[in-house]
Structure formats: C-alpha cells, structure tokens
Design a protein around this ligand. Sequence first.
Ligand code: 87F
Length: 480
Amino acid sequence: MSDMGLTVKKAEDFSEWYTQVVVKSRLADYAPVKGCMIFRELSYAIWEKIQEAFNEKIKATGHKNVYFPMFIPESFLKKEAEHFKGFVPQVAWVTIGGETPLEERLAIRPTSETIMYATYAKWIRSWRDLPIKLNQWNSVVRWETEATKLFLRTREFLWQEGHTAHATKEEADQEVMEILNIYKEIIENYLAIPVIAGKKTENEKFKGALYTTTLEALMPDGKALQMGTSHQLGQNFSKAFNIKFLDKDEKERYVWQTSWGFSTRMIGAMVMIHGDDKGLVLPPKVAPIQAVIIPIPYKDANSTAILAKAKEIYEKLKKNGILAVLDDRSEYTPGWKFNEWELKGVPIRIEIGPRDLKQKQATLARRDTFERTAIKEEEIVNAVTKLLEEIQKNLFNKAKKFLEENITTVNTYEEFKKTLKEKGGFIRACWCADSACEEKIKEETGATIRIMPFEKEKTFAKCIYCGKEAKEVVYFARAY
Ligand code: 87F
C-alpha cells in the first residue's frame, strides 16, 4: 500500500483518522513554522466556494468588502482593555523593524475591532454617514500553545470579519440576526452541516458585546464546534473609540455596533462530519470537482472509442455547468484512480467501460453511499444534476439525524454526568441562570453552555447543579 490509503478507521481512532484524511487528501499540510498550516489547492478552492456564496449574500444586503492593515498599535488595544483582558496572552507582537526597535509595539491582528473602529470614529460625523456595513477577508494570528490541529487550532487562520455601525439599537439587533441567518444558510445548505442556534450566556459571550449569538454543530466524537458568531456590541466600542454622530434631531449620539465572523474551522467540521474510512466526502455545493470521469479501457480493444466517449461526456457536463474532470491519465489503473478520487471526496464518479460503450450508457457511482447505477447516455446531464442534489440532501439529512439523536434531555446532575461520559453530544438541561453554577459545572465536567435557545423553552426541572428554581433550558456540551 502506498502512503495514500488511510491506515485507521474513523470509528477506531477519530483524531488520527482526521489528521490522515486532511493530509492524505491533500486538503492541507503542516507548515515548517510551528503551529501553522498550509491551505493546499483543495481546501483553498473550498474556501473560495464559501467566499463566493457569502459575498453574494452580504452584498445583496448592502455590505461591502474592505481591507485594513494587519498591524495594530498597542495603544489601540488598550483603549478597550476590558474586552481584551483574557486575550492578552494570545497576542503576537512586532517589536523591531529592520534593525530599529519600534517606539510602539504593533500587535499582529487577532481580530480587527480596534483598528477599524479607530477609523470609524474619523469617518462618521452625521446620521447621513450611517449605517456602515463592512466586511473583510483576512488572516488573524492567535498564539496558541495547545497542540496544533489542522483547521481547528493553528496560530494563523483565515476568516471573514464583519463590522457595522448603526444609528439605533434596533438596527444593530436586526443586523446581528440577518448575519446569523446568512451563516445558517451557508453552513446548512452548502456545507450540509445542521446547527443549533442561540445566545451565549454572560460567561461565554464576547466580553466586548452586549450579547453574542452563535451557531453550534456536533462532531462525530460528541463534541460541539462553534461554526459562526454574531455580536451585538451595543455602544461599548463606540464609547471607547469615541464614535459619535449628529442625529436628525441635532443631538450627538454614540453609534450601535455589531461584529461577526466565521473561519476556516468550518472546513475542519465538514471533514469530521461527512468523511468516512475512504477519506473525504465533499458536499456537491462546495466541491471544486463535482464529477470525475474515468474511462476503463479493456485490453486495448475499444480504448480509443472509450476515451472519445469519455471526452464527449466531459464536454457535455462542462457545458451544463457541472464541475467535471476527465481523468485520462494512462500511468494509473482505474482502480488506483477510484481510490484517489474517493480519498479526495469527489461526489460522483462516472465510469465508462466496454460494456457501457456498447450499451450507450455510463455508470454513476456516488461517493456518499457507494451506490452504482447505469444511466443512458442522453440522460447523463440530467442524472448527474439530480444526483448532486440528492447527495447534498443526503449528507445534510444524515448529519441532522445524528444531531437529533445526540441531544439528550436530563433532569439531574447525575444523569448529566453519565450522559456526558457515555454519550457526549448536546445535553439539554435546566439552569438557574447563575454564573456560579455554570462555572462549577465547567470545572467538574469540562462542559459549557453552548447556547440558550432564542425561543425560551419551558423549564421541566430544578437547576441541575444547585437544585434551586430554574430560569432557563440550555444546551451543554464539551467543545472544540
Ligand atoms: C484573541 C486575542 C485577542 C477573540 C482574541 O468573534 C483578542 C481576541 O477579541 C478577541 N480572540 N476575540 C474576540 C473576537 C470577537 C469578534 N471579532 C470579529 C468575533 C467575530 C469577528
């Protein structure tokens, strides 16, 4: 066996399986710099698909893309010291330029609130300047000290961060939800990952925010992963950065702000959720290659005719907007190619052998179920189009079923601990809304409250920790 195939099964050693899938499929690789990764062609193409979909949706709702510098003067970070407190150990600094020590250290952005809002203060004068709705695609740096995990924990990663300013709280509230809904659409309809949505608790929210909303997905090992977050910043930053506007009534007011982001972590989630023992399984809507055509020549006989037919089908698919590739490499056997494209997660394989040629058909093999069907030549474009949709749906439904089966409602702390240990997943439980209980639970079990549902659910028991009256039904989990 070459170094191509996976040597562990997903169900046996999940963590090792994950790393092997990512590296062997050539999605990504470790970089020669500690804690950093290389986004290879395949993962970058997936990221571009996500970018395309997201750009279209935010532009349709009046947002524009910009680019701010990656260096942030230390004094900017100090203006909003409160929200930054816990994060200081993760900030990387530039202290010298060439051979000249800098007068003021420069942070390499861990997030861009401060540099953008220092500029917003300059740009905003009157209500006519509002709203400002900007987004940027960039990388950020956070000096992680825990073990590197490709896509999930690296010192530099790619993301988008959106930053808006509004005249009223209501407008900012709406913005927060508009973006969260766009996130949900991308994550569920493109990445085929079902999520639960809600608010973060005071403990778990971004400290610079009035409130934080989030989308959380469930990984096969029972741990939750945050897929995107959208914050109502209130006037916290506008007061720190002095972002004021003259309102229609001639009164000066501080703007209301939001910030929101998702990162390349979501590619890691997609690998974990849909991948199998053969490798990656890509949802058709983010797959850079949706169908691969493999001619199967048989002892020279017909091989020219088969290749010609394969080409013809390839052209037809391409003309109809399907991302197809013709694998006519003669240095590899069909079997070898099957393995390679399965490892790379291509949704549909189209085989054309002597029998197919004779019967004027092709054989479609789907990556998600391995099912094979013969399709009449004139039906191929239709069949592939339909099958891509079906695979997209099937991946989502499978993940949705897993999510639903792994939300467990518990009444007591004993049940809570047992479920966490034996099953994992989201644990639905009643809570008194006191941070002290939340912290104790985290200390004792490692589980945190992932979301408080937007629509308050009816309590059905006392607080699982203190036994007092419960105020909220919340969803706990251990998280990445
Ligand atoms: C790490 C070091 C320094 C997260 C950090 O969620 C600062 C920070 O401010 C930091 N890690 N955060 C919070 C980021 C808030 C917000 N920014 C825009 C987002 C989404 C995108």
